[in-house]
Design a protein around this ligand. Structure first.
Ligand SMILES: O=C(O)CCC(=O)C(=O)O
Ligand SMILES: [Fe+2]
Length: 318
């Protein structure tokens, strides 16, 4: 079925957007936008495989290794391995490997983390200071809003599952081409979430038997070329295929006041404190409903849904 073709929305591109224009015309709309022609510093020309390997050296990095292009968090068809950074970059850039973990055409993905994954936040200035000097991060937010800067390096063909993050995000594509498919937070009922990830792994050829409501999800899409920056607002779902070997850096920043976020979150994907508390309370309410026989439970559950819709849904979403 080609049901998706009718519902693809191209993410708009804007060229040479200044900080002032971004904050006035783009940011308040809370929709993804591709920013072209941004001043990113020498990284866009300097970051070859040779240069990266030599500049970052043999610092150990933990990577995802997958025998197939589409990583599956449900069946866990990938493994975590550790490699020296320079070895990893060379492997990620090649298609067939002489040395490998799973298969000669395995794919690699790095999502950089802090020194202590549980306590420290990824910050390229701390983990890769030499490379950080090559990048000029567009500072379209206040310094205090900064949360993390995450290095993302991917083999050609690798696909990262659809997920949301809770911070606002600039995905800076330094080298290599990527396809990004996005879904609005309002389409969450159609995405079959497991935590922050969608169980619909194959967004191009979804299993409609298993995921019938997915047909309603409006697909936004863009291609990122080297030098493009994608603004991904908090809670917007994104699915990324690296069409070529590529190096990206993404910057997460806080949209809400700092105290709204979970202090133990090092990845930028734990729900805001009030949201997780509300979900906990809902779980307690559901437990309480179990005290009733089905006929009554169903009736009161429907009333609760109506109340949530009336009281908490925004009315400009349609
Ligand atoms: O480009 C990628 O590899 C994934 C990007 C992503 O998930 C993010 O920036 O939050
Ligand atoms: Fe993400």
């Amino acid at each position: 079925m080609e049901r998706h073709e009718q519902r693809v929305v191209r993410v708009p591109s804007l060229d040479g957007v200044t900080r002032e224009r971004f904050l006035r015309d783009v940011y308040p709309r809370r929709e993804p936008v591709v920013l072209k022609g941004m001043e990113l510093g020498p990284c866009t020309t300097k970051w070859t495989v040779d240069y990266l390997s030599q500049a970052a050296g043999s610092k150990e990095v933990k990577i995802h290794v997958s025998a197939v292009p589409q990583m599956d968090f449900l069946s866990k068809n990938f493994v975590y391995r550790t490699l020296p950074f320079d070895v990893f970059v060379r492997r990620a850039a090649e298609v067939k490997h002489k040395d490998y973990f799973l298969s000669e055409d395995e794919k690699y993905y790095l999502r950089s983390v802090g020194e202590d994954v549980r306590k420290d936040i990824a910050d390229i200035r701390k983990q890769f200071p030499v490379l950080a000097d090559d990048v000029q991060i567009p500072e379209y937010f206040e310094k205090e809003q900064f949360f993390s800067s995450v290095f993302r390096i991917s083999s050609a063909g690798l696909q990262l599952w659809t997920h949301y993050d809770v911070m606002d995000n600039f995905l800076i594509q330094v080298t290599g081409r990527k396809r990004v498919v996005l879904y609005s937070p309002r389409d969450v009922p159609y995405l079959y979430l497991s935590g922050t990830k969608s169980e619909v792994l194959d967004v191009d050829n979804p299993d409609f038997e298993k995921y019938p409501l997915f047909v309603n999800a409006k697909r936004y899409q863009c291609y990122l070329e080297a030098g493009d920056v994608l603004f991904i607002p908090a809670m917007w779902f994104h699915n990324v295929i690296s069409e070529e070997f590529g190096v990206a850096l993404n910057v997460f920043w806080k949209h809400l006041p700092a105290e709204c976020y979970d202090k133990s979150d090092t990845y930028g994907n734990k729900d805001p404190i009030a949201a997780s508390r509300a979900i906990q309370i809902l779980d307690r309410a559901l437990k309480t409903l179990e005290e009733l026989p089905e006929e009554y439970r169903d009736f009161y559950a429907r009333r609760m849904v109506l109340r949530i819709q009336e009281k908490a849904f925004r009315n400009d979403y349609g």
